[in-house]
Design a protein around this ligand. Structure first.
Ligand SMILES: Cc1ncc(COP(=O)(O)O)c(C=O)c1O
Length: 420
């Protein structure tokens, strides 16, 4: 659709609720999660309330609000003790931040194939396990869940941590369980392209009390949870990855409307899907759990790369293999094993040398699937993600019909020109 704004669905739902919460933060003059003055008087912070409401909504034991999805991943890895000498299995299709968090813990990201679901292929994960493997990061790409039963079983059988990157799938589920609660930790992003947003922000959820304590310390200067003292004997170095109060207010307003956002996306995607109907040579992405999909995008897989490229060009979008830093082959820093200094882990690590290398076309199945896939926007409109064409949460039935018609015509034209 022309004029479609380039954001995620949460952004489009920002309204009076968020404004009122932001206003109350300003009126209280309490701009951080830690209150100044008598806490009985000033009440609980937005960030604290957000964390407790996330725990309730997701069925998670602990939540820590942070300043980005990348911070949530980094804190999760640190809290689980992942570092130099470790390998972490990640999919070759994910936003670069998943890989950056591993690298900045000094650990080696080991790439694994995705399958037709566009998420980790469990069989390939098994093939990538070595004595150095410490964790698997399952990324719920484009709003839809990974094969979590299989990945959880693999992690348990091999004594590995399972981390869920839920950046793109906040509110999604797998067999009735909230995404983020099946792994040892779940990391969410609240950036502008996500299901709910705070502009910038992130969330970490986990079940284990020790992981929570270490993640809290990592995100807040080594403090114990909620700054209830500093552990003298085992205090850790921490960073400052805290979520600011104003962001907490926006995120809380968004969380309180997440069910409305998801219901809208699911309704809109069904309409688009029905309007497109069956097309020869076009399949839908294979679901691991249809009911748990956030439905923020509709992914189509075409039979051939040539047809997929012709359709994408006709629609003014790109196939997923050409979607910015979401495909390992588009990550020059990974292919070049580049770090801020020339002698640091994981790539130039004298204590833990590794000969693991990255090369274009090292994941042939991932390359093939992504080169034939096109993602239509249903709410996440992001050219960088390859979803610059499609509909939005508020598109009318007529607008949806015309997007579907444009797609059908593009597929028909590509098929004809291929036959010539
Ligand atoms: C799969 C995935 N992981 C991690 C991130 C990082 O989140 P943030 O931008 O909030 O740091 C993103 C953001 O786009 C993402 O899509």
């Amino acid at each position: 659709m022309k004029g479609m704004s380039m954001t995620g669905p949460g952004y489009l739902f920002i309204g009076e609720e968020e404004a009122a919460l932001v206003q109350s933060v300003l009126a209280s003059r309490q701009l951080t999660r830690y209150r100044s003055g008598d806490s009985d008087e000033v009440g609980q912070s937005m960030v604290f309330t957000l964390e407790r409401e996330i725990e309730q909504r997701m069925g998670a034991r602990h939540c820590i609000a942070v300043n980005s999805g990348t911070s949530a991943l980094l804190a999760a890895l640190a809290a689980l003790g992942v570092g130099p000498g470790d390998e972490v299995i990640v999919p070759g299709y994910t936003f670069i931040a998943t890989i950056a968090a591993v690298v900045h813990r000094g650990a080696v990201p080991v790439l694994a194939e995705i399958d037709d679901s566009l998420t980790l292929d469990p069989d390939d994960v098994i093939r990538r396990i070595t004595p150095k493997t410490r964790a698997i990061i399952a990324v719920h790409m484009l709003g839809a869940p990974c094969a979590m039963d299989e990945l959880r079983a693999i992690a348990d059988a091999n004594g590995l941590f399972l981390i869920e990157d839920v950046a793109q799938a906040c509110g999604g589920s797998y067999r009735g369980r909230s995404l983020g609660t099946i792994g040892d930790a779940g990391a969410f992003s609240l950036n502008p392209y996500k299901i709910i947003t705070a502009g910038d922000g992130g969330l970490l959820i986990c079940a284990d009390d020790g992981v929570y304590e270490r993640a809290f310390a990592f995100h807040d200067h080594g403090f114990k949870p909620l700054r209830q003292g500093i552990a003298e004997a085992d205090s850790l170095f921490g960073m400052n990855l805290r979520m600011p109060e104003l962001s907490g207010a926006v995120a809380l307003g968004q969380l309180r409307k997440i069910d409305d956002i998801l219901a809208t996306l699911r309704r809109q995607r069904r309409r688009l899907d029905d309007a497109i109907g069956d097309l020869p040579g076009v399949q839908r992405r294979r679901p691991n759990d249809e009911a748990g999909d956030c439905c923020s995008l509709l992914v189509l897989q075409l039979d051939s790369v040539v047809v997929a490229e012709a359709v994408a060009a006709q629609l003014g979008t790109a196939t997923l293999i050409n979607s910015g830093r979401h495909y390992y082959g588009n990550m020059p820093q990974l292919l070049g094993r580049r770090m801020p200094t020339t002698s640091e882990c994981p790539f130039a690590c004298s204590a833990h040398p590794t000969n693991y290398y990255y090369a274009p076309r090292m994941l042939p199945r991932t390359d093939d699937v992504l080169a034939r896939s096109i993602a239509l926007s249903v709410g996440v409109s992001d050219a960088y993600l390859g979803s610059g064409f499609g509909i939005g949460p508020f598109s009318t039935p007529d607008q949806i019909a015309s997007v579907a018609e444009a797609l059908r015509m593009a597929v028909a034209a590509a098929a004809v020109s291929q036959r010539k």
